[in-house]
Design a protein around this ligand. Structure first.
Ligand SMILES: [Zn+2]
Length: 216
């Protein structure tokens, strides 16, 4: 419950109609949100019925219907269908999130990453970063929300950098030992060229995301 309350306090815009979900699984959607939305329940969702419940490991997951989730991202705004599984043993659920979504956020990966990049990489002031991002993409993100995203990614920057260093087998650590937080995050974001693909890789390895310090 705490997890959901935290989420609702974080997001200033948009409401996700969701129940308390303990685990979210991200998968490669292989298409853009509009195409995904168009297919609705007929989308070819990954079959998880051969996988043990990640909560209790005592039973295989069973299909457990769908729910609608609101998504705002670059080039898309609307409700999308989320496939859900459950465990008949412990009664807990697993939701399958397409890779353009960020867990527990109304805004998608490209929107979150884009506005952060505007702030850190293009070195715009916060008010300018949100204005420029809005002008370039049509996606409105408040300064307050950007400040929240900044706080989260700064908290995560060291662990994210270590993960990315590992994923790409870099010879040198991605982030140097600078104490300048803004420079640190700039180095990290500048390296990431495919935000959605890299986000999926980071999630598969650590079960964390750009903005989620703890495994989800
Ligand atoms: Zn279970």
């Amino acid at each position: 419950m705490l997890f959901l309350l935290q989420f609702r306090a974080d997001e200033k815009c948009g409401i996700i109609r969701a129940e308390v979900v303990k685990i979210q699984q991200i998968f490669d959607a292989g298409c853009n949100p509009a195409l995904y939305q168009m297919q609705g329940k007929t989308y070819d969702f990954p079959d998880m019925t051969q996988e043990l419940c990640p909560h209790c490991k005592a039973d295989y997951l069973k299909k457990h219907g769908f729910y609608e989730r609101y998504l705002i991202t670059v080039g898309f705004e609307g409700e999308i269908t989320i496939r859900r599984y459950c465990c008949h043993e412990c009664r807990k659920t697993v939701s399958l999130l397409p890779s353009f979504c960020h867990p527990m956020r109304t805004y998608g990966i490209l929107a979150i990453f884009g506005v952060l990049k505007e702030f850190y990489v293009k070195m715009s002031a916060a008010c300018l970063a949100v204005a420029r991002f809005l002008a370039a993409t049509g996606v409105e993100i408040t300064r307050q929300l950007l400040r929240h995203y900044r706080r989260r990614i700064e908290q995560n920057s060291n662990s994210l950098a270590m993960t990315v260093t590992g994923i790409y087998a870099l010879k040198e650590p991605l982030i140097t030992t600078t104490t300048n937080m803004r420079r640190k995050v700039r180095q990290l974001l500048s390296f990431i060229k495919c935000p959605q693909d890299d986000s999926l890789k980071i999630f598969k390895q650590t079960r964390t995301t750009y903005l989620t310090p703890q495994p989800i």
